[in-house]
Design a protein around this ligand. Structure first.
Ligand SMILES: NC(=O)c1ccc[n+]([C@@H]2O[C@H](COP(=O)([O-])OP(=O)(O)OC[C@H]3O[C@@H](n4cnc5c(N)ncnc54)[C@H](OP(=O)(O)O)[C@@H]3O)[C@@H](O)[C@H]2O)c1
Length: 283
């Protein structure tokens, strides 16, 4: 007999989570603030207080979670919180849950609702490892990559936000590129194969194991593309953008780091060296 589970929050993501649980034979109940369709096999609850001992929470913010869970006695319950926020909010929520007598796991969903239940969905967890181990068979219904990262409940959201930082930087870069080629009348569709090949063969490998090992080892030798070349190239990008009236201010910080690295004698090294400059700026 599978453990009964209650999903708190039936937004786009909560519905996908509840459907995955019910579809995999978990007796699933759900609570949502407003009336909404409930996935097949899921029973709607009128109050949070009626929840099963195991609760999967997926609400818009941590503040909303505090407000919603305050309406129930959490003693003896397990809260698995998949709401997005900051690592600090996750750590505070873990302490908040402990004060109320609940066991607590925090998780980050690196997937869209449509990916829930597929091998491609990544779900990252933090908090007590034994609690994760006990719930792991149930948590695996949400995605193929279901991992415990740390006893620190803030770590999954740190990964989440680090990956989102990459997403927003890449998105901004792509929009800038499309606008820049657009100044010569080139459409996004015409440019697309070149952008895609560049992402696959040049940008993708930047996140490969060689660069990661180089950064961890502090070794930045390169026979690919050095800081001198990139300091000149980013200047070309900025000047061409400015000539076209395209705002390029988001590139200034990286240009300053590249130029400082040249001035510091690192011109023949790989741009992986720039992590040192960013860390220095963090103080
Ligand atoms: N969608 C994604 O692709 C995705 C991916 C990864 C992570 N996430 C995370 O999953 C969480 C939920 O996202 P979602 O896509 O499901 O968002 P959503 O569709 O906007 O759903 C938000 C949920 O929060 C509830 N809610 C909002 N304010 C409330 C309040 N004051 N009191 C009670 N309930 C309240 C909503 O209830 P009502 O229905 O009554 O408004 C709904 O259940 C977010 O933290 C999001 O960052 C989403």
């Amino acid at each position: 007999m599978n453990t009964p589970v209650t999903v708190i929050g039936l937004g786009l993501m909560g519905k996908a989570l509840a459907a995955a649980l019910a579809g995999n034979g978990y007796p699933t109940t759900a609570w949502n603030r407003s009336a909404t369709a409930v996935p097949d096999g899921v029973t709607r609850l009128d109050t949070v207080a009626e929840s099963s001992p195991t609760m999967v929470v997926c609400l818009s913010t941590y503040d909303v979670m505090d407000e919603v869970l305050s309406t129930a006695d959490l003693r003896g319950r397990t809260v698995i919180n998949l709401t997005s926020g900051t690592p600090g909010e996750a750590r505070r929520a873990a302490a908040w849950a402990a004060e109320r007598g609940a066991a607590y796991l925090d998780g980050a969903i690196m997937a869209s609702p449509q990916m829930i239940g597929t091998p491609q969905a990544q779900l990252l967890y933090g908090g007590p490892k034994d609690l994760f181990a006990a719930g792991e068979p149930m948590l695996r219904v949400f995605g193929g990559t279901t991992v415990h990262l740390s006893e620190d409940p803030g770590v999954p959201l740190l990964y989440d936000l680090a990956l989102l930082a990459m997403l927003y930087a890449a998105g901004q870069g792509l929009e800038h590129a499309q606008a820049l080629v657009g100044t010569a009348g080139v459409s996004a569709t015409e440019f697309q194969p070149y952008a895609n090949a560049w992402l696959t063969h040049v940008i993708g490998p930047m996140a490969g194991p060689e660069n990661a090992h180089a950064i961890d080892a502090g070794e930045h030798a390169t026979d690919v593309s050095n800081i001198n070349t990139n300091a000149l190239a980013i200047g070309h990008v900025i000047r061409a953008s400015q000539d076209a009236g395209l705002p390029a201010d988001w590139l200034f910080a990286q240009q300053t780091r590249l130029e400082q690295a040249v001035a510091d004698g690192y011109g023949s090294e790989s741009p992986t060296r720039l992590i040192d400059y960013l860390r220095k700026e963090m103080g």
